[in-house]
Design a protein around this ligand. Structure first.
Ligand code: CUA
Length: 317
């Protein structure tokens, strides 16, 4: 029963991206190996469960008229109680070791640093000069080395369609890797309880064609246009710049997500809301109603100024 329930729980998580967030919809070598092992475990241990229950029912039905259970033969007890479990456990051990061996990190020069924060992810491409948040873009078919850290408590990086989990620790960098077989958006989530908004600490991995990725890098690193002047002024006067950086401006704080390319992202507030003007407005005015305990404070701003600020933010591509 527990196995069946676990399967429903694992396949039942829908993300905001275009791919079903599930370890049973693999889109990489690693995820496929793990999904294979998962299904095998469901089949083998499910059969053991139903087989055992079948024997219990049989025993109850064949109960002797005096209420005593019939004694099985010694041979049956030996085979069903020792030989069968030993064969099953050794067999599953061999399969698990084979899957572990297939999990060797691939050689790659492409690295991305991901840092966990209360409750968002900082993403840096040190070799491309790109800083972003809550979204990782990678080229299809190219393994990417991830350097995982945390700025506060222990988080855990988990994009189930692509790989297993890896802890993000405050005092040590953990290496991990990702690769995607096909283009798509794969939603991930923090897999270690980390406080009030652990459940809304999502991340989107966008796998692009190699050309698409190159184009994205070029767009992200080109010289920026100045953007809406009034909105930019408001970005500083209303206090946004105290926590958020925007490349090419005086805003350099990294307390909150870097907003240099925020208009380009799929979602807001760590994959909590689709990135639309309406949601951005709600998030700026009253973030606590969307993510209580989030470190983002509400912004006191008049309706006209708010529109100008939104105009500015929506030019940040
Ligand atoms: Cu971060 Cu849970």
């Amino acid at each position: 029963m527990a196995t069946v329930l676990a399967v429903f729980l694992m396949v039942g998580c829908r993300g905001t991206g275009n791919d079903f967030q599930s370890a049973f919809h693999p889109a990489s070598v690693e995820a496929r190996e793990m999904a294979g092992l998962g299904w095998m475990m469901v089949a083998v241990y499910g059969s053991v469960f139903f087989g055992t229950m079948g024997l219990v029912v049989l025993a109850l039905v064949n109960r002797r008229s005096n209420g005593e259970a019939p004694g099985g033969s010694d041979r049956f007890v030996l085979v069903a109680g020792m030989v069968v479990p030993t064969v099953i456990l050794v067999g599953m051990l061999v399969v698990s070791l084979r899957v572990s061996a297939a999990m060797r990190a691939p050689e790659t020069a492409f690295r991305i640093e991901v840092t966990g924060n209360f409750w968002w992810w900082e993403v840096r491409y040190p070799d491309h000069g790109i800083v972003t948040a809550n979204e990782i873009r990678i080229p299809v078919g190219v393994p990417v080395r991830l350097e995982l850290k945390s700025r506060d408590v222990i988080h855990s990086f988990w994009v189930p369609n692509l790989h297993g989990k890896m802890d993000m620790l405050p005092d040590q960098m953990n290496q991990f890797w990702l690769r995607a077989d096909r283009e798509g958006v794969y939603r991930g989530t923090c897999a270690e309880f980390c406080g009030g908004q652990h459940a809304r600490m999502g991340i989107d991995v966008v796998a692009l064609s190699e050309d698409g990725f190159e184009q994205w890098v070029q767009e992200r690193t080109r010289t920026r246009e100045p953007g809406d002047a009034r909105g930019k002024e408001l970005f500083f006067s209303t206090g946004c710049a105290a926590c958020h950086a925007v490349g090419g401006t005086q805003a350099v704080s990294n307390l909150g997500p870097d907003l240099t390319h925020m208009a380009d992202r799929l979602n807001l507030a760590a994959s909590t809301l689709p990135n639309t003007r309406e949601n951005l407005k709600r998030w700026i005015v009253d973030p606590q109603s969307i993510k209580p305990l989030s470190l983002m404070p509400p912004t006191e701003i008049g309706p006209e100024e708010l529109e100008a600020l939104l105009d500015y933010l929506q030019t940040l591509k």
